[in-house]
Ligand binder design. Structure first.
Ligand SMILES: Cc1cc2nc3c(=O)[nH]c(=O)nc-3n(C[C@H](O)[C@H](O)[C@H](O)COP(=O)(O)OP(=O)(O)OC[C@H]3O[C@@H](n4cnc5c(N)ncnc54)[C@H](O)[C@@H]3O)c2cc1C
Length: 410
């Protein structure tokens, strides 16, 4: 903790730096939202984070433009072992609530891809806004502060938890764990929240990477490497899930929004079908070319990048003039283009994952307050718990909604 930050702890009006009402571990999206909500209610709030700055994931989110929410946020946009869990918090903190906060701070937004809401001034403005709200409500921060031990104090109402850091020890009646998931460790992600939950006897469902690229087997990746950098609009599907959108060929496999979406649902085994040329009447176009000497790859190059059209034709042994194809063969070509079966080896790891699937088991928590049923006064908010959103602003929205739900009661 820097001198200035330590000073900000002691400058609180109560002059009691070690006994705030609420300690929040994690100054990310949900921790900041919880802090401002609780402090507005008059609670004295201390936020601890081992990082040197607050909201680092918000800063990189949405490619620096923060896809902060979505026009439509429903439980169907979330993955959790307990799908109904999100309903209460989402119904009490809506997209309009966050938009009202932006409006209050004069921050503009824009919509992309039917519903995804981005900050027009860049992510930094959102972090600035949250900091400002926290400052106005006298939230105190301890940054660069590593939490070493958390203990439960039995029999004391106002100090149920003691938190020892590498600088000081604190006690509070409410402890909020807002330490996020495991994705992007370079931005401060740790397994602290999961470990703490386990120590308090709270179940944690096994964490795994979500919203992450798919890796092909090494031999396939080498073959596909000539496609690296090509991006197309396509559908990807596996195990009954289907997403349409951008698909990017990389030198290791597949990425792009549609692939990231599917990755969260992929079982790690089933083939993935890539559906090219969606919404194009391929059969009709090919019928018009019946008898033509045009090579199939030249024809497909009208709808697909040349490199991809050539690669696909070579891979499937379809390097003939269109006129030499029988109607049945044409049908088969169209089917294969819409159901190009690929066999990924695995998903990329937490280094490339936008979200963590699994986490603190939500059956252990109150869906209204985020408080642990087994440990009164202990709360979990945001990505640390077993709630992961689809791509499109849903993860940040969950951080806001769950942070606010806890902030109203801590
Ligand atoms: C590259 C990238 C882009 C993304 N873009 C979007 C997007 O556009 N839209 C969207 O909805 N979601 C996006 N997400 C997901 C979203 O950022 C997260 O789901 C959200 O930030 C989770 O909020 P949180 O408060 O739970 O955790 P975080 O925001 O991750 O905050 C956790 C905080 O806890 C701190 N911490 C961790 N361990 C400790 C410890 N041991 N001691 C002290 N402090 C600790 C961390 O330093 C961090 O400040 C993106 C994620 C990534 C990685």
């Amino acid at each position: 903790m820097s001198e200035a930050q330590a000073a900000s702890l002691t400058s609180h009006p109560t002059n009691d730096p070690i006994m705030p009402d609420v300690i929040i571990i994690g100054a990310g999206a949900s921790g900041l939202m919880c802090a401002m909500e609780a402090a507005r209610r008059g609670r004295s709030v201390l936020v601890l984070d081992h990082s040197p700055e607050v909201g680092r994931k918000i800063l990189v989110s949405g490619g620096g433009h923060c896809n902060f929410s979505n026009r439509s946020v429903t439980r169907d946009h979330y993955l959790s072992g307990n799908p109904h869990f999100v309903v209460s918090a989402l119904s009490r903190y809506t997209t309009e609530d966050f938009l009202a906060l932006l409006l209050k701070h004069g921050i503009g937004h824009h919509e992309r891809n039917e519903g995804q809401l981005f900050c027009s001034g860049g992510s930094r403005r959102i972090v600035h806004m949250l900091k400002e709200e926290c400052q106005r409500a006298s939230v105190r921060f301890g940054l660069n502060c590593a939490v070493q031990e958390v203990r439960r104090i039995a029999g004391v109402k106002d100090a149920r938890f003691s938190v020892a850091t590498d600088h000081d020890s604190f006690q509070a009646a409410s402890l909020v764990v807002a330490t996020g998931g495991l994705s992007w460790p370079g931005l401060g992600a740790t397994s602290f929240g999961h470990a703490l939950a386990r120590r308090f006897g709270i179940a944690v469902t096994s964490p795994r990477p979500g919203l992450t690229p798919l890796r092909l087997r090494r031999e396939d990746a080498e073959r596909f490497s000539s496609l690296s950098g090509i991006s197309v609009q396509a559908a990807v599907s596996s195990g009954g899930r289907r997403f349409e959108g951008g698909v990017l060929f990389t030198h290791k496999g597949l990425s792009g929004p549609a692939v990231l979406q599917l990755s969260s649902y992929w079982d790690g085994n089933a083939p993935v079908e890539l559906g090219l040329l969606q919404g194009i009447d391929l059969e009709g176009h090919l019928a018009e070319k019946r008898g033509s000497k045009m090579q199939l790859k030249t024809f497909l190059g009208r709808f697909l990048p040349d490199r991809l059209a050539g690669f696909w034709c070579d891979l499937h042994g379809h390097s003939r003039p269109i006129g030499q194809y029988s109607p049945r063969e044409i049908q088969e070509v169209c089917r294969l283009l819409r159901r190009w079966e690929l066999r990924p080896a695995r998903v990329e790891g937490f280094n490339k994952a936008e979200v963590t699937l699994g986490g603190v088991d939500t059956r252990e928590l109150s869906s209204r307050t985020m408080e642990c049923k087994k440990a009164p006064g202990l709360y979990f908010t945001g990505e640390v718990m077993d709630v992961a959103g689809q791509l499109g602003g849903y993860n940040l929205h969950w951080a806001w909604a769950s942070g606010q739900a806890a902030g109203q009661v801590v």
